[in-house]
Design a protein around this ligand. Structure first.
Ligand code: AMP
Length: 187
């Protein structure tokens, strides 16, 4: 059973490549961003608590996402693609513990590398159609700062475990998917 983390800055193409990976390997797609947006759309008590934080482009507290991930692993029997999680080293450590608790290990972390200027260009482009309240210029900058300060160290965490797989996230979408498949299949 494969359990994979897809990693990269906002705008790196995680959503697009997640669709490919879950289809190809029959995995369950767990996107913490999607789960959190659902809470907001449903106006749950949690949704009301996190809306302002997400609109500001900041990370919500670890407890909230960790509980979501724990429940998702408990319910799953196919293997999981984690998208948007872990977002900091504490979450990465907790993911290792949660996987172990459920008798699993992480197969690898797929890291999509895209230069900053291209990330900003893509996110501004997406803002025109996404309807996401955090796709605006101010929030995009905050999200990139959160990524650089808190999320990027997660890459070194997995590199130390020899689980980091680097993929060039610039260029043709199909070529990127093929690079990912080749990497997963030669692990
Ligand atoms: P995403 O859709 O992955 O870009 O996430 C959108 C927003 O949801 C982020 O800017 C955070 O506010 C929040 N979020 C998503 N995943 C996490 C996570 N693992 N930890 C903390 N906040 C998260």
């Amino acid at each position: 059973m494969k359990n994979i983390v897809i990693f990269g800055a906002p705008g790196a193409g995680k959503g697009t490549q997640s669709d490919f990976i879950v289809e190809r390997y029959g995995l369950t797609h767990i996107s913490t961003g999607d789960l959190l947006r659902r809470e907001i759309a449903d106006k749950t008590e949690l949704g009301l608590r996190i809306k302002d934080i997400m609109d500001a482009g900041q990370l919500v507290s670890d407890d909230i996402v960790v509980e979501m991930i724990d429940n998702a692993i408990a319910r799953d029997d196919k293997g999981i693609l984690f998208d948007g999680f872990p977002r900091n080293v504490a979450q990465a450590e907790i993911l290792d513990q949660l996987l172990q608790k459920h008798g699993r290990t992480l197969t690898c972390m797929i890291r999509l590398d895209v230069p900053r200027e291209e990330l900003i260009r893509r996110m501004l482009e997406r803002a025109k159609v996404s309807g996401r309240s955090d796709d605006n210029e101010e929030t995009i900058k905050n999200r990139l700062v959160e990524y650089e300060n808190k999320t990027l160290p997660v890459a070194s965490y997995y590199a130390k475990q020899n689980k980091e797989v680097k993929i060039n996230g610039l260029g043709d979408i199909k070529r990127i998917s093929e690079d990912i498949a080749n990497a997963i299949e030669t692990l």
